[in-house]
Design a protein around this ligand. Structure first.
Ligand code: COA
Length: 251
């Protein structure tokens, strides 16, 4: 299991922390596997009533590890870890609260579309530059983002790669609240604790009704994943991924 994912319990709350600060919490395959297992484990455990997702100061996540993408672009095996994690996230039965400070790129943004309450700090920037990387949206975001934002604002995010500040994301209904950095974790944990005090069956039914069909969502995640995998082999993606690696070397 990944040493970059820390799973903790606080009463009936399961906290999942992404902790790879030296890579701005870029998520590699082992981290996806650990997160999928933690989510599924917490969901199956009667003692857990709410999941929490947190990053490190300054970075929720810089998205998928681009060296993993490059390995697939070079003909390597892609594995099922990302899909397993996304399926666990999309089919989770218990509420998820997340806290974001700073960088939230790619899946670092789209993950929150599956959360029920997301808190972010004023310095947070949400960004989904899939097209600029020669890729397509993932995590069901091609379905969920237009539903939340309407087609045109979703297109600006997914098609143009425009970013959103925390305040813009709150106004657009993408996140619940903007709080100062030093209040982030307490706000997230207080919301999660409030959730654990609600009648769990009524809350689960309410969430299910609000979330709608999981089959449709998981099917869309699969459809996106098939395109994503093919796009990783494209010249557009290879050029963009190599440009990121060259940028690293140039510094
Ligand atoms: N995959 C792999 N490594 C990543 C990464 C990613 N997605 N994002 C950041 N890193 C690594 C950097 O290569 C660097 O490693 P190094 O110190 O060994 O060179 C380290 O994390 C710090 O990143 P750095 O780029 O120096 O930080 P920054 O504050 O200048 O920029 C970002 C932060 C997020 C803007 C920039 O790192 C970036 O654009 N990352 C790629 C984001 C992305 O496209 N994600 C995929 C979306 S699908």
């Amino acid at each position: 299991m990944s040493t970059h994912i820390r799973v903790e319990r606080q009463d009936a709350v399961q906290i999942l922390r992404l902790e790879r600060p030296e890579k701005k919490n870029a998520i590699d395959r082992a981290m996806y596997a650990a997160m999928a297992a933690a989510l599924a484990g917490g969901d199956a455990d009667e003692a857990v009533r709410c999941h929490v997702l947190l990053g490190v100061p300054g970075a929720f996540s810089a998205g998928n590890d681009l060296t993993d993408f490059l390995a697939v672009a070079d003909g390597g095996e892609s594995g099922t870890e990302v899909f397993d994690f996304l399926t666990a996230l999309a089919t989770c039965r218990k509420p998820i609260v997340s806290g974001v400070d700073g960088i939230a790129v790619g899946i670092g943004t789209t993950m929150h579309l599956h959360c029920d309450l997301t808190f972010a700090t004023p310095r947070t920037a949400f960004q989904t530059p899939f097209v600029d990387l020669g890729l397509v949206p993932e995590a069901g975001s091609s379905l969920l983002l237009p539903a939340i934002l309407g087609h045109q604002r979703a297109f600006a995010l997914l098609g143009l790669g425009d970013g959103l500040s925390a305040e813009q994301a709150r106004e657009a209904g993408l996140i619940y609240a903007v709080v100062e950095q030093e209040e982030l974790e307490t706000s997230v944990l207080a919301a999660a604790a409030a959730i654990t005090r609600k009648p769990p069956e009524a809350l689960a039914l309410t969430r299910d009704l609000m979330r709608g069909s999981r089959e449709q969502l998981v099917a869309r995640i699969g459809e996106e994943a098939a395109h994503f995998k093919a796009r990783l082999q494209s010249q557009e993606a290879k050029t963009a991924l190599l440009a990121f690696m060259e940028r690293k070397k140039a510094r």
